[in-house]
Design a protein around this ligand. Structure first.
Ligand SMILES: C[S@@+](CC[C@H](N)C(=O)[O-])C[C@H]1O[C@@H](n2cnc3c(N)ncnc32)[C@H](O)[C@@H]1O
Length: 273
């Protein structure tokens, strides 16, 4: 793609010929910040797993419900890791609607996600955006954005929504969570959604979808419900624990989905005691 075709929102240094996790996700969510290369992979994966778009929308819906739940538990500071390309119902919109003094730091490695976040957040002094790899927890935690906006003497909610299935076991996801866990005070929370399955249930189509995604975009790691539970070591899971996305604190009958029993995705919130 040459500079004539490059949209104004696309930072000049990104490779427009390679799909990105954030832009493919944006496509599935119905957003406008993606390219033909992202849509091609997105369509291929969806052909293997037709329920995919519904699953993606359920991750997003879990994010909104989890933020509202955390607000109800008194949380006013959010560290949103792998925050993605902003779309309807961003964390700061929900949090600041409940309390205008709520603070949010968005962190993503993707340049489009970060550029678009910065554009829509101009003038909002209580929200920061950081472009970095969340696996570098020390780097995130000592960044000026985090230090300036988040008070680690007060509870903080760390959000990892549809993120950790992009972190393979070889990168020690548990160790990454531990680094954030150790930095936040008692009374803080971790909210996570994750691509996963119940032990004993497996659909070969999920392998096909994973193959397309791995070849085209990024390595994807599905985890079992038990493995996801283990990621919460050090946190007390709030009811109902690690649960299928639509069944985690549904707020209306619309949140429930008839396909939920075959969903490749779980959500959970845990509290640091
Ligand atoms: C599937 S999207 C989810 C976005 C958002 N959390 C949501 O629920 O709508 C995953 C995001 O994580 C980001 N991501 C993946 N690995 C990352 C890493 N190691 N460091 C920072 N961001 C990462 C991607 O760029 C992408 O924007």
């Amino acid at each position: 793609m040459d500079s004539v075709e490059r949209p104004t929102w696309a930072p000049v240094d990104i490779d427009l010929s390679r799909p990105s996790i954030a832009r493919v996700y944006d496509y599935w969510l119905g957003g406008a910040h993606n390219f033909a290369v992202d849509r091609a992979v997105g369509d291929k994966v969806q052909a293997d797993v037709p329920v995919l778009k519904t699953i993606i929308l359920n991750h997003r819906s879990f994010l909104r419900r989890a933020v509202r739940y955390l607000l109800s538990r008194g949380i006013r500071q959010f560290l949103d890791l792998g925050s993605g390309i902003p779309t309807v119902g961003n964390v700061h919109e929900i949090a600041q609607a409940a309390d205008p003094s709520a603070r949010v730091v968005y962190v993503d490695v993707d340049p489009v996600a970060v550029a678009h976040s910065r554009a829509i957040l101009t003038g909002n002094e209580l929200v920061g955006v950081l472009q970095t790899d969340v696996r570098d927890a020390r780097g995130v935690l000592k960044s000026p954005e985090v230090r300036h906006l988040l008070d680690f003497d007060q509870p903080v909610a760390v959000l990892m929504v549809a993120l950790l299935h992009f972190v393979p076991d070889s990168d020690d996801p548990r160790g990454i969570i531990e680094a954030y866990h150790d930095a936040i005070p008692a009374g803080s929370f971790l909210a996570m959604s994750h691509a996963g399955y119940e032990e004993g249930e497996w659909d070969p189509a999920w392998d096909d979808a994973k193959g397309v995604y791995n070849r085209g975009v990024s390595e994807l790691t599905y985890r079992s419900k038990r493995e996801i539970e283990r990621l919460f070591t050090g946190f007390d899971l709030v009811e109902p624990g690690v649960e299928r996305l639509p069944l985690w604190h549904p707020e209306s009958p619309d949140d429930l989905d008839e396909n939920s029993s075959s969903f490749l995705g779980f959500g959970a919130v845990g509290r640091k005691g």
